[in-house]
Ligand binder design. Structure first.
Ligand SMILES: NC(=O)C1=CN([C@@H]2O[C@H](COP(=O)(O)OP(=O)(O)OC[C@H]3O[C@@H](n4cnc5c(N)ncnc54)[C@H](OP(=O)(O)O)[C@@H]3O)[C@@H](O)[C@H]2O)C=CC1
Ligand SMILES: O=C(O)[C@@H]1CCC=N1
Length: 293
């Protein structure tokens, strides 16, 4: 598929950089690790030499090597090097990853550490209990749960975080997430719901962009232009909700002239069950997160 060209300035251009001295590691080097790591690197808040990342294969490591980040296939090396370690593997692979750490004869750490779990479904308690079974992790550690999203890659991330307010690493982890966008504190009871909304949400909204663009193409708009118009319209509508202080229903009403074209389109969307579709999608995603935990 052709990439959608854009002239939009990066959100990173507006950021003031906060210097973070901690050594940060990632176990797992895929989409989400890249998105958070990119935020740290582009904002120049964490030096590349203070970051380490591991994955079993080389598939995703080239991206990091190019940026001067230390890479390894050994998860124990990440824990030995870093004091903040993001667990960025799929939840289904967590136990396998832990089994590897239990067997790692090179792993003996006594320093205070923080593990940031971004795994969908896994609770702070369950991650803490599993990490406690690793004999080489001998020091005190805290576990922070973060549910990020992939727009972190462009500084427009929306993360939620569950942490101990008095934890030694809480504020620096929040700072890291804020390098990639916004980060809200939530109670853990809302984690799967927030994951379904902001964690999974980009996928649903990309589908909306695709659908709007297809609608445009059907009406004769060239595809590239159609994607640009759809994406910018989505971005502008989000900004209006954030900045105007108006209820989204009021903003919708401002677009719908009486007897006009938009209300005619709104009627079709209501007939298609759009709102119920989104509500059902979020409920299904939250339910699946629960199962994965
Ligand atoms: N993608 C998203 O939008 C979001 C994802 N998340 C969470 O983030 C986590 C990662 O997801 P995502 O980045 O999309 O997944 P990816 O599949 O893109 O990446 C997973 C990474 O884990 C690596 N991996 C697999 N097994 C191990 C292991 N034993 N030790 C070390 N690394 C391992 C893979 O290695 P290799 O490179 O060799 O394949 C890969 O680099 C998941 O837990 C997910 O729930 C949370 C919010 C949003
Ligand atoms: O689909 C998933 O499992 C992950 C969690 C939130 C977004 N992606």
């Amino acid at each position: 598929m052709k990439q959608v060209p854009t002239q939009a300035p990066s959100e990173f251009d507006n950021m003031t950089s906060t210097k973070i001295q901690n050594k940060v590691g990632f176990i797992g080097a895929g989409n989400m690790a890249k998105a958070i790591g990119n935020g740290m690197l582009v904002s120049e808040s964490v030096k590349a030499e203070n970051i380490i990342i591991s994955a079993p294969s080389d598939r995703n490591l080239a991206f990091w090597k190019e940026k001067g980040v230390r890479t390894t296939h050994d998860n124990a090396e990440v824990i030995t090097f870093a004091d903040i370690v993001f667990i960025a593997v799929k939840p289904q692979y967590f136990e396998g990853m832990i089994d590897g750490l239990k067997k790692a004869s090179t792993l003996t750490v006594t320093k205070p550490m923080c593990f940031v779990s971004i795994m969908v479904g896994r609770t702070v308690k369950s991650v803490t209990e599993v990490l406690k079974t690793v004999p080489g992790i001998l020091g005190e550690f805290e576990v922070i749960k973060v549910m990020p999203n992939t727009p972190s890659m462009v500084g427009m991330g929306c993360s939620v975080m569950v942490s101990d307010k008095n934890g030694a690493f809480t504020s620096v982890v929040r700072q890291i997430m804020e390098l990639c966008g916004v980060c809200e504190d939530i109670p853990e009871s809302l984690m799967n719901a927030c994951g379904a909304l902001s964690g999974s949400g980009p996928a649903y909204l990309y589908m909306v962009i695709e659908a709007l663009a297809d609608g445009g193409v059907k009406l004769g708009i060239p595809r590239d232009l159609s994607y640009r118009l759809a994406a910018q319209t989505m971005s502008g509508a989000g900004k209006m909700v954030m900045e105007s202080g108006k209820h989204p229903g009021v903003l919708k009403d401002e677009v719908c002239s009486p007897g006009g074209s938009t209300i005619t389109g709104v009627h079709e969307l209501e007939k298609s069950g759009l709102r119920a579709g989104f509500m059902n999608a979020l409920a299904a995603a939250a339910n699946r997160s629960e199962q994965l935990g």
